[in-house]
Design a protein around this ligand. Structure first.
Ligand SMILES: [Fe+2]
Length: 362
């Protein structure tokens, strides 16, 4: 047996009511003065987090915005310094987590992260900010959260659209972890579990936002997906999504929702073990059809047109994606990639290329 695996340190607590562990975690990290970071609507929605912090809470920054625009970062940093804080607690999705990572990497904050979406950002060392119109991202282990608290109760108010789009992003993290550039049996097992958790969680969470069991499964899947990004990296699917985001400012969860089934169809014959794992979990001999049906069932976007990509942008996407190179189990060529992007723009069903005998459900 031969494999390669990167494991990252993070203290994780998961469970209904996990926010009540905040005082214990602050003590463990030696944090006495906390800056709480959330979005403008988060201050009221997550009042119980502020309550759990008690007298440790010295300031609240409730101005987090998507992509961490530089003026927001600097206002947050100024409050961090003027409050004399020694720890940051974020509650919310990627925009709050991004600020926590910046304070941790650049101000040496102790960071307790409470994620309320399924993107998995809290488990990665990838962070960024927006300077003018340009998004800059970097990897830095120093930005990592010291503790991550997953409390499914805090996700009950996540709107349906964010539920399904961050869920599909996480599902994509699991799919791409099934075929890493170097064999990784550890990631494979975790990826299968992430697929199962999302299969069991997302439909219920989308249909009934207050279904705590469904929310718990989806949040568990989100955690596993974030872990997998750090373990195995990305392939063609995420490269395509990043190109679409960069060229047309399309949101990440939405592009993931549309593109995933098409890339699964594209890669299925070249990654038979991955295809079989998806088929097994979703109970459909065609993995791409399974992902497509799942996305439609939970009400995720299914065309690039509906999320704002211009029709004449297809060639630019193909050119930029090919120029980036990088790992994928099936090397992309210009003609097939154009066909894929065109079908995704149009909202077509994924094109099933070949059904492998080995892909029978067991
Ligand atoms: Fe992603």
């Amino acid at each position: 047996m031969e494999f390669a695996v990167d494991l990252q340190p993070a203290h994780v607590r998961f469970g209904v009511g996990a926010r009540e562990l905040l005082p214990e975690e602050c003590d463990r990290l030696g944090v006495g003065r906390v800056l709480l970071v959330c979005t403008p609507s988060g201050a009221a929605r997550y009042r119980t987090v502020a309550d759990a912090l008690g007298s440790r809470l010295v300031a609240t920054f409730a101005e987090a915005e998507p992509h961490c625009p530089e003026p927001v970062v600097e206002r947050c940093r100024a409050l961090w310094r003027s409050a004399g804080a020694d720890g940051v607690v974020t509650v919310g999705g990627g925009s709050t987590i991004g600020l926590g990572k910046i304070l941790t990497a650049e101000e040496r904050a102790k960071f307790v992260c409470i994620p309320t979406t399924y993107s998995g950002s809290e488990m990665t060392d990838i962070f960024g900010r927006k300077i003018g119109r340009e998004k800059r991202t970097a990897r830095n282990p120093a930005c990592r959260a010291h503790t991550v608290l997953y409390d499914p109760e805090l996700t009950l108010g996540l709107p349906r659209h964010e539920t399904v789009t961050t869920g599909m992003n996480s599902l994509a993290h699991a799919v791409e972890a099934l075929y890493p550039p170097l064999p990784n049996p550890v990631a494979f097992v975790i990826a299968r579990e992430a697929l199962r958790a999302h299969r069991d969680g997302l439909p219920g969470a989308a249909a009934n936002p207050t279904d705590i069991d469904a929310r718990s499964q989806a949040l568990y899947g989100g955690f596993l997906g974030g872990l997998l990004v750090g373990m195995t990296g990305i392939a063609l699917h995420h490269r395509l999504c990043h190109v679409l985001g960069g060229l047309f400012d399309l949101p990440h969860g939405e592009t993931n929702s549309v593109v995933l089934a098409h890339v699964v169809a594209y890669n299925a014959a070249a990654a038979p073990e991955a295809a079989r794992a998806i088929s097994d979990v979703f109970g459909d001999v065609e993995p791409a059809r399974a992902i497509d049906a799942f996305a439609r069932r939970i009400g995720a976007p299914t065309s690039l047109r509906e999320i704002g990509m211009p029709e004449d942008g297809v060639d630019a996407v193909v050119k930029e994606t090919l120029a980036r190179g990088g790992w994928n189990p099936r090397a992309p060529d210009e003609a097939s990639l154009r066909e894929l992007v065109r079908a995704a723009w149009d909202g077509q069903r994924p094109q099933i290329h070949a059904t492998s005998e080995a892909n029978r459900i067991t």
